[in-house]
Design a protein around this ligand. Structure first.
Ligand code: K7E
Ligand code: CUA
Length: 680
């Protein structure tokens, strides 16, 4: 065990806790041996290798979806092996398959700020049915330019991105209710909202009077998953950090941690830590939906994008929305309450029974556990401690079940195993702490390497956790892997939690910084996996379904469309002439294959974009500008058959005004169609 840190903790007076958090890394540094092997190896279970061994050709038991943090993507790992299966591009352009580069996908990254090809993705959340993961969709947040995306788990592709107005830092997001009635998202930053739309130009000294936060309620279509922003609640100008939904008795509620109840507008490091307590905000989402339905909602102008990928054409379309409905808590009695919480709390997690709300205060020395039953009583008996912006504040003692004493330093997040145990990540003391929900006693500790942020138990945030494994996602790697220059791999660790004592099984590096993750039994997802897209259903406007229909057409003075097919192992056409300097050429490539695992790629020399990777049955478009006369090769980028290397062609570019006619072919039979070709 990492004892040095605990000795240290005993010596640390409360006031120094803040400092300790700020110096978290330094603490790490002095508590571990530098370089080479370290004390951790002793903590690895002796049967670890066999516990994570998935024989070649065998499948993992679970899919896990790790957030990519500042890389803006989701990475899919098999568990327990820790094998990386896929990177799903969401908010960031992805050269590997042309996401955000291809003409079809560009609209997915459109926002009211224009094309935003990056975001900071923190929280994946699986869709639910009756409070359990159902394997249909994965919702994720874009933290920086507020957006919520939906990934379809049949295709592992991002199919929808919804921008959120009146939000600035979509951090406590996205939280699906128990039957995906709503996906709920709160803003981290409060901003001065202009009721005529957008933010106001006000002095930053006006934080206290002018700034407000918002919580967005996104409706989810029960059959297809399509999202629609139903309404927002405009909330006091705090910072909103994390959220989680209730279940069972508390399933009508969603809970948000807040910090900066001081409403400091600058140096929040100090300003937002003045009060001893901040709040846990409890929102009755069912009542909010009722208020919104029954006419309590007002409407304000807004400007936000809603982007959807069409299932059959694989072409994304943006819709710009111009209005948003909102509720004010002061006008909606019973909808929102504040529970005092330790200062600057981070995670809020609700246990599988829905009775306990665990608030991890990163600066606090204890973990308060609130009781939902007590909260109901306190509301009934009006055990209030004043109000904040018209929202009643409940008395701390009246809602508290108890506190987990001396859990460790810097508690951040808690998950549950469904067997009466909770596990909390400790950022500063770098450990996972296991404690009992009934008597709040600490029963086990496991050091992790280093500075764990979120932790995840498959289904550990649902009604039915699969309490066999826990994944710790660590912020700092230091000496765990071979050095790779100044930037080291971020890291996750797999821990066996099936027994009384936790057992360390595996380290695996992650793609950029994982914040949260989700995992689900493979049996709930794998059988539904799409193998290929049906060519018959492909209604892309530029699809060609057989080689005979391939064309090259000069559509206007400087625009040429190539409607091309790809099949093992040639493209049709593979010889193209009659292109002129300055032409913009659209290569619309249809993959004619109707078989699993046969994408073709397409790239052309000098293209100022990425390749495009075309799934069987689909059509994708690469835009290329012919800058200079000459002959340019194009080819398939994905090794698709023994003759993959032969899957290539040429495009000839002639000087502007040249009289070389448009001409295209594959093989010996030339089609010579001068001028504008007939599109048949
Ligand atoms: Cu990393 Cu969920 Cu953004 Cu905590 S948050 S660690
Ligand atoms: Cu098609 Cu390589």
């Amino acid at each position: 065990m990492d004892t040095s840190i605990f000795k240290l903790k005993k010596l640390v007076p409360k006031a120094a806790l803040l400092m300790a958090v700020a110096a978290g890394t330094a603490l790490q540094g002095c508590s571990k041996t530098e370089g080479g092997s370290n004390a951790s190896s002793e903590a690895v279970a002796s049967d670890a290798a066999s516990a994570v061994y998935v024989a070649p050709g065998k499948h993992d038991e679970l899919y896990s979806f790790l957030s990519g943090g500042f890389n803006g993507q989701v990475s899919v790992y098999g568990l327990p092996s820790g094998r990386l299966l896929k990177i799903i591009p969401v908010f960031t352009q992805h050269g590997e398959n042309g996401w955000g580069y291809s003409e079809e996908s560009k609209a997915m990254l459109m926002t009211s700020h224009g094309f935003v090809p990056w975001d900071d993705l923190h929280h994946p959340k699986l869709s639910r049915t009756d409070g359990q993961t159902d394997g249909r969709w994965l919702f994720v947040n874009g933290n920086n330019t507020p957006r919520v995306a939906r990934i379809d788990l049949k295709t592992f592709e991002t199919v929808e991105i919804m921008e959120l107005p009146n939000s600035a830092g979509n951090h406590c997001s996205p939280y699906p209710t128990n039957n995906n009635e709503y996906v709920i998202a709160g803003t981290r930053f409060s901003v001065p909202l202009d009721m005529k739309g957008g933010t106001k130009d006000v002095s930053l000294d006006k934080y206290e009077e002018e700034f407000r936060g918002s919580i967005s309620f996104i409706k989810v279509d029960p059959e297809h998953g399509d999202m629609d922003l139903d309404f927002q609640i405009l909330v006091p100008g705090f910072d909103y950090d994390l959220a989680n939904g209730g279940k069972g008795p508390s399933e009508d509620w969603v809970f948000f941690t807040t910090y900066n109840s001081e409403k400091a507008g600058t140096l929040k490091e100090v300003g937002a830590s003045q009060n001893d307590r901040d709040y846990l905000a409890a929102v009755n989402w069912k009542l909010a939906a009722k208020y919104a339905k029954e006419g309590k909602a007002r409407e304000m102008p807004a400007n936000y994008y809603h982007n959807k990928m069409d299932e059959n054409s694989h072409v994304a379309k943006s819709t710009v929305k111009k209005k948003v409905r909102y509720l004010l808590p002061e006008e909606c009695p019973g909808m929102m309450y504040l529970l005092p919480a330790p200062k600057s709390p981070h995670g809020i997690d609700v246990d599988p029974t829905g009775e306990y709300m665990v608030v991890s205060g990163k600066l606090a020395s204890a973990i308060p556990v609130f009781s939902f039953a007590k909260m109901q009583d306190a509301i009934k008996n009006k055990q209030f401690d004043g109000e904040k912006n018209g929202i009643p504040v409940l008395k701390y003692e009246s809602v508290l079940k108890g506190e987990v004493k001396e859990p460790g330093l810097g508690p951040l997040h808690t998950e549950f195993d469904g067997k009466g145990n909770a596990y909390t990540s400790m950022f500063v003391s770098s450990e996972i702490v296991k404690w009992k929900l009934n008597d709040l006693s600490v029963v086990d500790r496991m050091p992790v390497y280093y500075s764990v942020g979120h932790l995840m138990i498959p289904g550990g945030d649902t009604k039915e956790p699969h309490g066999k494994y826990l994944v710790a996602m660590n912020k700092i790697t230091k000496d765990r892997y071979l050095p790779t220059g100044p930037e080291l791999a971020h890291s996750a660790q797999l821990i066996d939690i099936s027994g009384e004592k936790m057992k360390m099984l595996l380290d695996f590096p992650t793609v950029a910084e994982p914040h949260y993750a989700q995992a689900i039994l493979a049996s709930k997802v794998a059988p539904n996996s799409t193998k290929f897209f049906k060519l018959d259903a492909n209604n892309h406007p530029h699809a060609v379904k057989k080689e005979a229909d391939a064309t090259v057409v000069r559509e206007s003075k400087n625009r040429v469309r190539v409607k091309m097919t790809a099949i093992r192992s040639h493209m049709t056409p593979d010889n193209i002439e009659g292109i002129q300097e300055g032409d913009t050429v659209y290569f619309h490539v249809t993959n004619l294959e109707q078989d699993w695992d046969v994408p073709h790629g397409f790239a052309v020399m000098g293209a100022n974009t990425a390749e495009t990777l075309i799934m069987p049955g689909a059509t994708q478009t690469l835009k290329w500008v012919a800058k200079k006369a000459g002959v340019y090769p194009f080819y398939c980028t994905d090794f698709c058959s023994a003759l993959h290397q032969e899957m290539q062609g040429y495009i000839r570019v002639s000087p502007k005004g040249s009289n070389v006619p448009i001409k295209f072919s594959t093989g010996k039979k030339k089609q010579n169609i001068p001028g504008v070709a007939s599109t048949k």
